[in-house]
Ligand binder design. Structure first.
Ligand SMILES: [Zn+2]
Length: 318
């Protein structure tokens, strides 16, 4: 999600410019209007659907000296926020794969310091589900007795990894996937991408984050789709036309995932679907081979040859 802000541009990002999740935006706007900001929120939903973007914007509104849901951008707090130097706004990110207890302890020493410019101080804990158990227990102390000026927003994609005691202290806000039409419009308006196949939309799965990851590789995605759709050709021809797979070791996991999406779509739209389901098994097998460092080119050979056999039903079956 981090890249999303950069892609949209350095300018002001109001709720109006963030697509999807209008229910969430309404709840948060109301709480600003009614001055009913709570101490702790948990933003829950899949990766890439705007949780962090909305949290940032919410933080900016809370800190704005004019407490403005519209585009203030003029007060000291807003200006400092946009330049990334607002002392009352702190972002906590995982240190490696987890958020450690030391990070939460450090946060707690800062929490007790009063805000500098604004009436409030906002902390966003990004990927809060990556907090260790110790870190979560430590955070609990602050959630139980928060200083009156503090607002903490926990961003979470896997709710199950968060202790119930933490969840019960937060206002839980669930984010929805973004619908395909909105994603298509976003790609058209912001990224100048006009043609997107249904398979690519399935791959995005309602996530703007994923769709931004994919958008510069649309051509590759289309080539891969072509390979799969032309599996009735001779195996030599297929191998010759699969350079995209042989030459993309660094993206192969993403591309294998995409092949699975295509095969899955073929399986649900064909009556004779066992060959596509078996092909998905081949892809999974190749993922394992790659993970255990098998020879890369041989893995791709295996992939193409075995899918070819499955799709053309060249295997003898009982
Ligand atoms: Zn302002």
């Amino acid at each position: 999600m981090i890249f999303l802000e950069h892609k949209i541009g350095g300018g002001f990002v109001s709720f109006n410019n963030i697509i999807g999740n209008s229910k969430v935006k309404n709840i948060l706007t109301k709480s600003i209007n009614n001055k009913t900001i709570l101490h702790s929120y948990m933003f829950i939903g899949e990766q890439g659907i705007g949780k962090k973007l909305i949290a940032n914007q919410f933080a900016k509104m809370i800190l704005c000296e004019n407490f403005d849901i519209n585009e203030c951008n003029a007060c000291k707090s807003c200006i400092e926020f946009d330049s990334g130097n607002n002392p009352d706004f702190i972002n906590i990110e995982p240190d490696g794969k987890v958020i450690k207890i030391e990070q939460i302890r450090e946060f707690q020493t800062k929490v007790v310091e009063k805000p500098i410019n604004s009436k409030k101080k906002v902390y966003i804990i990004n990927d809060a589900d990556l907090m260790t158990k110790e870190a979560q227990n430590c955070l609990l102390k602050t959630l139980e007795e928060p200083p009156e000026y503090i607002v903490i927003i926990l961003i979470v994609s896997n709710e199950n990894k968060v202790l119930t005691t933490i969840k019960s202290r937060c206002m839980k806000i669930h984010f929805d996937k973004i619908d395909d039409e909105q994603i298509k419009n976003f790609l058209k308006d912001k990224c100048d991408v006009h043609e997107v196949s249904n398979n690519i939309m399935k791959m995005c799965d309602g996530s703007i984050g994923k769709c931004l990851q994919i958008k510069d590789k649309i051509e590759d995605y289309n080539k891969i789709e072509n390979i799969i759709y032309n599996f009735n050709n001779s195996i030599t021809k297929i191998i010759n036309e699969s350079e995209i797979l042989y030459k993309n070791k660094e993206n192969i996991n993403e591309y294998l995932e995409y092949i699975n999406v295509i095969l899955y779509n073929l399986a649900i739209s064909n009556t004779n679907n066992i060959r596509f389901i078996n092909s998905i098994k081949v892809v999974e097998n190749v993922k394992h081979r790659l993970a255990s460092n098998s020879n890369y080119d041989m893995c791709i050979d295996y992939l193409l040859f075995n899918i070819w056999e499955e799709i053309n039903e060249k295997n003898s079956r009982g």
